[in-house]
Design a protein around this ligand. Sequence first.
Ligand SMILES: Nc1ncnc2c1ncn2[C@@H]1O[C@H](COP(=O)(O)OP(=O)(O)OP(=O)(O)O)[C@@H](O)[C@H]1O
Ligand SMILES: [Mg+2]
Length: 644
Amino acid sequence: MKKKNQKSLRSVLTLWFLTFTIVPISFISGYSLVLYESSLNSELQKRLDGDIREVAVTITELERTLLLHSLNHAEDPTLVYHVATRNLFSARRVVSEWLKTSLAGRIVLFDREGRLIVSLKREAQNEIRSQTQLEGGDFFLSDELLTHLSQKTQHLVREVKPEKSMELIVYSKILQKDGKTAGFIEEVLELGNSFTQNLGKRLGLEVVLFDTNVQPAAASTKDFFFYPKDYFLQKLGKSNQTFIDINQRGEPLGMIIKKLVDSQNRNFAVLGLAASKRDSEAVLKRIKVTLGTVALLILALLIPTLIYVSNRVLKPIHLLVDATQRIEKGKGPPKLETSNDTEVGLLVESFNRMSQTISQQRKDLEFKISELGQANSQIKNTQMSLVQSAKMASLGQLVAGVAHELNNPISFIYTNMVHLREYMDKLNKLIQTVEKDPKQIAKVKKEIDYDYILEDLPKLIASCEDGARRTRDIVLGLRNFSRLDEAQLKKVDLHEGLRNTLKLLSSELKNRIQVHETFGKVDEIRCYPSQLNQVFMNIISNSAQAIKDTGNIWIKTSQKGSDAFVSIKDDGPGIEKEHLDRIFDPFFTTKPVGQGTGLGLSISYGIVQKHGGDISVTSDPGQGTEFIIRIPVGGPPDESGVRA
Ligand SMILES: Nc1ncnc2c1ncn2[C@@H]1O[C@H](COP(=O)(O)OP(=O)(O)OP(=O)(O)O)[C@@H](O)[C@H]1O
Ligand SMILES: [Mg+2]
């Protein structure tokens, strides 16, 4: 039998087991993955940071070599001579020779005014080409450069051209022996895509050179040119260095972007180095797979274990539940078998013992109940006979009262009868005298005291009539009281019943108790009249018996709605507090043995209750007692149940 909302223990256990295994496993796995990933990232970052420094050093090395080479070239006497004598042809030949092996890819000569006179460039396959279109034209060194060179012999310029390259340009003064300036030499080293590619290969990284606006100028792969214009600028923001994750053709890369600064801390370019995270991601993936497999394995092991454990625990519990339900239905005590040697086994054993005890106790109880039932029916029989004897006793009292009441008139009728017989005999004698010897009338009249007889006879007859009437009244009252002819439900006047009762009690009340009647307006009551009269009789006679010498009884009637109320109040001694709760109990009496059965009020209560009403009592010792009877005017609710 399962209640609604009742949870299964197995699902609760499963839920808890899973919660306490899966949650920690997931947490530990997730946390270690995050830790591992962040340590991989920081490792990569450290490595790239070191590589950035190496690239910066490489560039500085290149600058230094370029400066040294340029100084050597500027001091070369042949060049000084050719430039000073403006022998451009010979100067071009010298420069052309240098270009074949030099670090710079382009060398330009200027005269002492700064006008471009020779420009040579090394093309692919080491081919030297003269940029004659520039020579002899109006190309001059800028005033800024000339100013710089007027103060020192060499000047380095770094120029980054977006989507092209970064150029390291060294300007050196060509000085004659007398210290005069013969001209200037410009040597250009272009750090383009091939530079970044070589560098990338050497370091095993992707290398990008950006200008100061973080626009790519040269990169180890073209892909870096395809990013949106300000992509890297936004990533770097205002900081000097940043680490980002990018994805290039499905390849996950970790990239460091850092500003490069010169000796005066001025930013001249930005360098980006990116390393593949494929390996670390692969390791990460492998770890994830391993952790997932371990979790699945744990689950796979856990679920059968859980089922086994729950079966082992639940089976005896289910058996116990079934057994308790069997006991509940009153079936015999089940003997549960158990091979379980844990607390569950202990529980089953003590259940077996308990169910045995319960069954034994149930048998005892059933036996006791049947004994009690027998005792109860005996008590009922006794009670019935007691009620019967109570009725007989009250009938006895009533009869005694009535007999006393009847005794008076009947005894004086009886006494009168003696006189009447005497008078009749005398009058008979007179009649006989009249018939035999009429002359003797006067003598006989005198003899029988005829005048007195004539005077006394009507009195005697009136007295007999009176006695007979009183007797008839008493008998009528008795019949009215018992209303034997009215055993059925009838509509009767309550006041009539009360008056009849008082009439029957008149000998008890006479000369001793004054009865005050205040009868209100009450509808006719549907009731069993004789039974209600019995109630009035019980309560009024209780009051009369309670009043020791003289006293008062007040009887009031009234009606409220559909209920009639009869209040019977006396100024007797009242009822003790400790007795008040018990006066309606059968056989409760304070009267001496033989004077009261203690059934009057309990029977009255039963009668009134059967009529659908009730009796209440208020009493203060020394102040008197008031009983209020409430009876519904409409009669008993269930008429079939009302029987005396
Ligand atoms: N008006 C009253 N004043 C004082 N005590 C009362 C009054 N009415 C009832 N009692 C108390 O209640 C008790 C129970 O009354 P109940 O009518 O049930 O029995 P009883 O009068 O003793 O015996 P029975 O009615 O059989 O003659 C009485 O013995 C008496 O002590
Ligand atoms: Mg009584």
